[in-house]
Design a protein around this ligand. Structure first.
Ligand SMILES: Cc1cc2nc3c(=O)[nH]c(=O)nc-3n(C[C@H](O)[C@H](O)[C@H](O)COP(=O)(O)O)c2cc1C
Length: 177
């Protein structure tokens, strides 16, 4: 049942040092590539960082002394950076007309496709929205005008335990009319 996969996916913040097979990363990227997007704009590209030195340099730009919550990225064997690419003209006009940030919605869906496929392959992931974008762009020589939307850590989880999900109650968020 698909819901079981959704329940299996959780944010993993402790990883084994075991490397992640490229074939598995490719499957996750394929899942992301097939995600829907407004006007089929596909406003994304993915940078897979596996080189340990580069990976550590980037990981160090996701936390600071003051806000150390993302220090765990240092033990993730792979980082996937989702770059927000230009939308198609149609999606851009639709977004302006309707005042909606379609590309961020699109990227969120693609990211979750990636993470669900990873979970199915027994990989752990954690999406990161907190990082020093400017410094990471410098490291990767990404032009200043581009935005980095999300980073996903990937690796084999240290523990197989799936903690209970802390979520709002369905009665508090659902309304049939
Ligand atoms: C857009 C986005 C940004 C996030 N940023 C971070 C982050 O910077 N650091 C982190 O440890 N977790 C981050 N998370 C993970 C959330 O904390 C996590 O999904 C949430 O607490 C629910 O837990 P679960 O993923 O284990 O079900 C982010 C999740 C999303 C969707």
């Amino acid at each position: 049942m698909f819901l079981n996969l959704i329940k299996k996916r959780r944010s993993v913040r402790s990883y084994l040092s075991k490397p992640v097979e490229r074939k598995k990363i490719e499957l996750c990227l394929e899942a992301a590539r097939l995600a829907p997007s407004a006007c089929n704009s596909q406003p994304w590209s993915f940078i897979v960082v596996t080189d340990e030195n580069l990976k550590n340099q980037i990981a160090q730009k996701t936390y600071s002394k003051l806000i150390p919550m993302n220090k765990f990225t240092e033990n993730a064997p792979v980082l996937v950076i989702i770059v927000k690419e230009a939308s198609t003209l149609l999606a851009t006009f639709a977004g302006i007309w309707k005042r909606r940030h379609y590309s961020l919605i699109d990227i969120g869906i693609a990211a979750e496709h990636f993470c669900l496929q990873a979970a199915e392959l027994d990989l752990g992931t954690c999406m990161l929205g907190w990082f020093n974008e400017r410094k990471i762009k410098n490291i990767l020589k990404i032009p200043r005008h581009k935005r980095l939307a999300l980073i996903i850590t990937v690796g084999y989880p240290e523990s197989e335990e799936i903690p209970p999900k802390k979520r709002k109650l369905i009665d508090d968020i659902r309304r049939y009319v």
